[in-house]
Design a protein around this ligand. Structure first.
Ligand code: ATP
Length: 286
């Protein structure tokens, strides 16, 4: 059995994890899928991970290792084949309204303008229209889109659409935010701006964030802890505490000696898994 605490890297304070009550807990989770040819494919094996209330945890791992599957289990979109997934101390059973999502592709409604997109959650929950729209205007201002309330998604840049998606998610005050490579389709400059924006929005909430990314720099810049997954079937290879001070400036923190040190340390772990995954793919294609 591999548990998050037994895999914990030396930089974690030994008192840190036991004292915290988890808002997300995966215990010895295995997930198998049935492939089109009828065989079972094990995507996750014996994966244990515990995420504290208000914690920002980034998950990195080789391509196809099982990162999105892990989010799918927390969200309730998928069920574990064995093991247990708990959110706020309860087993996950279906979709949980306390959980918000931001994915790589824009989840905005193309037929709604910015104001209506952002107001979707409160209106859906039955909030009076006037209140919902006022709340939406407030969130639109917080993500720097005041003046664009009447625009439709196709009239916005990729970065602006991402801001709409963030406002649309944060307006629902999620207690857990699942993010699957949310900024990977953006250009480098916009991406950095959005990362800063996300940290600012998150700092005013008490949400736990699980952020999946291929980009180790992004993971270290944003997170309190970085979890490295093994080449599939994924399990936890190592967990690293990112002891960089907050608030962080994402563009500048990458030049800090401590950042570079953490990057080297984590990359050692990640590189081996990336190589294993790469070798497997090469062999399959030969
Ligand atoms: N519904 C499914 N049926 C069969 N296999 C699946 C299913 N969903 C995922 N898989 C397989 O499980 C493995 C893990 O997929 P997953 O999408 O979780 O990986 P990932 O780490 O998020 O990938 P990437 O880094 O490319 O985004 C992959 O081999 C994938 O093909």
């Amino acid at each position: 059995m591999i548990s998050a605490s037994s895999m914990t890297n030396s930089s974690i304070s030994p008192q840190y994890i036991p004292r915290l009550k988890a808002s997300i807990e995966l215990r010895n989770v295995t997930k198998r899928f049935l492939t089109p040819n009828g065989q079972a494919y094990t995507a996750l094996r014996d994966l244990s991970l515990s995420i504290a209330p208000g914690e920002f945890c980034a998950i990195v791992g080789p391509t196809g290792c099982g990162k999105s599957t892990t989010l799918g289990l927390i969200s309730g979109l998928e069920r574990p084949s064995s093991g247990e997934v708990q959110v706020m101390g309860q087993p996950v059973q279906g979709i949980d309204p306390r959980i918000g999502y931001v994915f790589q592709s824009d989840a905005v409604f193309p037929w709604k303008n910015v104001l209506r997109n952002v107001a979707t959650g409160p209106l859906f929950r039955g909030k009076p229209k006037k209140e919902a729209l006022a709340q939406a205007r407030d969130w639109i201002a917080r993500v720097g889109l005041s003046g664009f309330e009447d625009r439709y998604p196709h009239q916005l840049s990729g970065g602006m659409r991402k801001r709409v998606a963030l406002a649309q998610t944060f307006i629902n005050e999620p207690q857990i935010l699942l993010m699957d490579e949310p900024f990977s389709a953006l250009d480098v400059q916009t991406r950095t701006l959005m990362e800063d924006e996300l940290l600012q929005l998150w700092s005013s909430t008490s949400a736990s964030v699980v952020f999946v990314t291929h980009d180790l720099e992004e993971a270290i810049s944003l997170a309190d802890r970085v979890c490295v997954l093994t080449a599939g079937p994924a399990t936890v290879k190592g967990i690293y505490t990112i002891d960089l001070p907050r608030p962080r400036n994402v563009a500048e923190i990458r030049f800090e000696p401590r950042f570079v040190h953490l990057y080297q340390e984590i990359w050692e772990d990640l590189r081996n898994e990336v190589l294993i995954s790469y070798e497997r793919t090469k062999q399959r294609n030969q």
